[in-house]
Design a protein around this ligand. Structure first.
Ligand code: PEP
Ligand code: MN
Length: 345
């Protein structure tokens, strides 16, 4: 960490800062320039991160050298992490790898609405090349009067349809009290944008070994996203996949604004895989194909797309759902792009 002092800092203020550094068991290197003094602090930076040096008189700026996230950082873990989804999903279900060139293609309806409809959608997306089936049983809805999801019955349906089609499944968990239940039925927890900083929930899924799809909050920075990943990793679960799903902006012709730069940005700082969700990012089926291709071209490790066989009857997010035929066309194009980039799904 580097501490930059104010031009008018006094010798007694500098002595006081040096005392604080010594108290923490660290070494200081003082460099006196013409107008300013700079103190380099040498030693375990984690001891410093909790210290409010900026509150000490005479200090103008404090600059950490290391990232505040450790386990999520590429500084300590150079190689891309590969996460396996569905390793213990049972017979007939093919585990799926993500990261290091393997793409995660999640598709399915926003919400689980019934066995028959989910089975129909699963058949279509599997045939098109999707490798993980999605569907929400607990839905975070803006209105308490909107469809809230089928709960445990929905989870049972998701699991059995996943098995029938040989696909691992992912579903959202909204509350720490749901973690045990959802754990029994799913191969991957989804933590939604609204819960990205539900720290108790992050800790709870961190205490399992099940992969977690962690979606970026609507007004979260990439650093916030990585700090949330750090919560999960620091509890002992290394299986985190990040997801860029758009952030709130002034643009009102799309649901959110897809931040494609978040993909290479997160990858530069972290070894964790990151996928994009153009469905929630745009809210518009006409924009999803172009954004999916752009995401893969930008280095994303997969795409997460909502598909419904009858969007006009969907109980949640119908207007943004791709029809199965549109999804199949897109997947053909994505396969060509993946080939070109030396990636597989
Ligand atoms: C969803 O995946 O259906 C969902 C609610 O996503 P998000 O948390 O990104 O809004
Ligand atoms: Mn949705």
């Amino acid at each position: 960490m580097i501490i930059v002092l104010r031009p008018d800092s006094t010798d007694s203020q500098i002595d006081h800062i040096l005392e604080r550094i010594t108290e923490l068991g660290l070494k200081a290197h003082v460099s006196r320039g013409e107008t300013r003094t700079i103190i380099g602090v040498i030693g375990d930076e984690s001891k410093l991160q909790a210290q409010p040096f900026l509150a000490i008189p005479g200090v103008e700026q404090v600059m950490p050298i290391l990232k505040p996230f450790k386990l999520a950082s590429r500084e300590l873990h150079k190689a891309d992490t590969v996460v396996t989804v569905g390793a213990d999903a049972g017979p007939g279900v093919e585990p799926v790898q993500i990261g290091g060139g393997a793409l995660l293609m999640i598709a399915g309806p926003c919400a689980i609405e019934g066995a028959e409809i989910l089975d129909t959608i699963a058949g279509h997306v599997k045939a098109a090349g999707a490798n993980v089936l999605r569907g929400g049983a607990f839905k975070p809805r803006t209105s308490p009067y909107a469809f809230q999801g089928m709960g445990e019955r929905g989870l049972e349906i998701l699991r059995s349809v996943g098995h029938a089609h040989g696909m691992p499944v992912v579903t959202e968990v909204m509350d720490p009290r749901q973690v045990d239940l959802v754990h029994r039925y799913t191969d991957m927890f989804q933590i939604g944008a609204r819960n990205m900083q539900n720290f108790d929930l992050l800790k709870e899924v961190g205490m399992t070994k099940k992969p977690v799809l962690l979606k970026r909050g609507m007004s979260a920075t990439v650093k916030d996203l990585l700090m949330s990943a750090e919560y999960i990793l620091s509890e002992g679960n290394p299986n985190v996949v990040l997801c860029e799903r758009g952030v709130r902006s002034f643009e009102d012709s799309t649901r959110n604004m897809l931040d494609l730069s978040a993909v290479p940005n997160a990858k530069g700082q972290s070894h964790l895989p990151i996928i994009i969700d153009p469905s929630h990012a745009t809210g518009r089926p006409d924009l999803i194909p172009a954004m999916s291709k752009a995401g893969i071209a930008a280095g994303a490790d997969g795409v997460h797309i909502e598909v419904h066989s009858c969007p006009e009857k969907a109980l949640s997010d119908g207007p943004q759902a791709l029809l199965p035929a549109q999804y199949a066309t897109l997947m053909k194009e994505l396969r060509r792009l993946a080939d070109l980039l030396g990636k597989t799904f």
